[in-house]
Ligand binder design. Structure first.
Ligand code: HEM
Ligand code: HEM
Length: 173
């Protein structure tokens, strides 16, 4: 039940999937900082958790990659006609989920802001480190790419469920 099978994703995969989807959705609210410099309810209540939740997501994605590798041969089969595309799409989602926290941390360290996670100071404020800051500047373009990937991903899931009426969404629920 905890493990995946040929017919559906198990509890661990589903917890990773929906828990991380929720947290990534929360992280994407950071774009609201573009409105009135974040001087509104979303900016003052939800967005201040950005660095802490983003850092937690780094740990979660590493565990999830380990779990996915462990369950590789156990998972539901993809339609052979599009299996390559599905693999590529999920691979890009994984790459973006990994690169987002990495570039976020590089932004903080590279600009000398320090790195504080749920009240614990992991790195003190310090000097700027230009190479880290320039790699960190990829954070925003990758965030927008991730958003596009997620919209496509959700679109495909809904297409399967409502148009093709197969069990693709069901096996992740
Ligand atoms: C999966 C994890 C993450 C997601 C999905 C995410 C998403 C975002 C988004 C959507 C923006 C706004 C971009 C824009 O307005 O163009 C942003 C900005 C920012 N994020 Fe993250 N983030 C994540 C992790 C982190 C982490 C771990 C840190 C720091 C340790 C961080 C630090 C920042 C900073 C400093 C900004 C503002 C500067 C900038 O846009 O480069 N983020 N993030
Ligand atoms: C932040 C948002 C999301 C991300 C990053 C994401 C990522 C992923 C990834 C990487 C997989 C491959 C399986 C795995 O390794 O876990 C997957 C599978 C799946 N996701 Fe998402 N997902 C997100 C949101 C959603 C939403 C909102 C839905 C439903 C509307 C959804 C429906 C599915 C389905 C049905 C599968 C199984 C696909 C299959 O086996 O062919 N996902 N997702």
């Amino acid at each position: 039940m905890n493990k995946d099978s040929e017919t559906r994703y198990g509890t661990v995969t589903r917890l990773f999937h929906w828990g991380m989807a929720f947290l990534i959705g929360w992280q994407l609210l950071k774009v609201f900082d573009r409105i009135d410099d974040g001087e509104h309810w979303v900016g003052q209540t939800l967005v201040p958790w950005h660095v802490s939740i983003g850092s937690l997501l780094l740990l979660l994605v590493l565990l999830r990659i380990g779990w996915a590798m462990n369950q590789k041969h156990n998972r539901p089969a993809q339609d052979p006609a599009v299996a390559f595309l599905v693999k590529a799409g999920h691979g890009l989602l994984y790459a973006a989920m990994l690169l987002m926290p990495v570039t976020g941390i590089l932004t903080m360290l590279g600009n000398g802001y320090g790195w504080k996670v749920f009240g614990i100071q992991l790195a003190a404020k310090g000097d700027e480190i230009p190479w880290m800051a320039s790699l960190g500047s990829l954070h925003s373009p990758i965030a927008w790419t991730l958003l596009v990937l997620i919209v496509g991903h959700i679109g495909m899931a809904l297409l399967h469920h409502f148009a093709r009426k197969d069990d693709v969404l069901q096996r992740m629920l």
